[in-house]
Design a protein around this ligand. Structure first.
Ligand SMILES: [Zn+2]
Length: 198
């Protein structure tokens, strides 16, 4: 539709999740009209995020160092691990201020339709963390949808012989949704009311 750079920008923006062709066009023209300094800052931030941000070697959360801030915080309870799908879920749980343990980020959920099996997730890394017996409770905080439930069921079975307390967040979360869409109060309540998985 347009020529050269502006069309390239619209195409690139249109590849982002949740950005349709109309939004891509609107953002592109917004950037075109913006101050040079603002656009430069955005461009530099994009490059920086790819060079600086890594994944924590322990929990898989995003981090700027080898071990993330939560994993290296000695005040956090090392006996409880909250298992989530994505780094954004860590942020959602942290917002509730209900949880003082550690996390494990799987990097997704089991989904045969999308070709995602247990081996594609950081499940082996989770099992390694459970080996020394320090962890006594595993909270399965995967999303309240089909894939999240399947993943939680799989994990509960996998650790069933390890003598851990395995819990799942209480109902009340919007079913079929994403953990991050739950408001802090609802998620906080689901946390404190978590139930044992048999
Ligand atoms: Zn970590």
């Amino acid at each position: 539709m347009y020529e050269g750079a502006i069309q390239d920008l619209i195409d690139e923006l249109g590849r982002l999740p949740g950005v349709g062709p109309k939004s891509a066009q609107r953002i592109a023209f917004h950037l075109l009209a913006a101050e040079s300094a603002d656009v430069t800052r955005l461009a530099e931030t994009l490059v920086r995020v790819k060079t600086m941000v890594k994944f924590c070697s322990v929990c898989g959360n995003v981090s700027e160092s080898d071990i993330c801030r939560i994993c290296s915080d000695v005040r956090r309870d090392a006996t409880v691990i909250c298992v989530v799908e994505e780094p954004k879920d860590v942020v959602a749980v942290e917002r509730t201020r209900e949880f003082r343990g550690r996390y494990h980020v799987l990097g997704g959920a089991i989904s045969p339709i999308d070709g995602v099996g247990p081996d594609d997730l950081r499940i082996r890394e989770l099992m390694m963390r459970l080996r020394d017996g320090v962890v006594t409770e595993l909270i399965l905080a995967t999303d309240p949808n089909l894939e999240g439930e399947a993943t939680a069921t799989y994990l509960a079975r996998l650790v069933s012989q390890m003598g851990l307390t395995v819990t799942r967040l209480a109902s009340g979360l919007p079913v079929g949704g994403d953990l991050e869409y739950a408001d802090e109060v609802t998620l906080g309540r689901a946390f404190s009311g978590r139930r044992r998985v048999d």
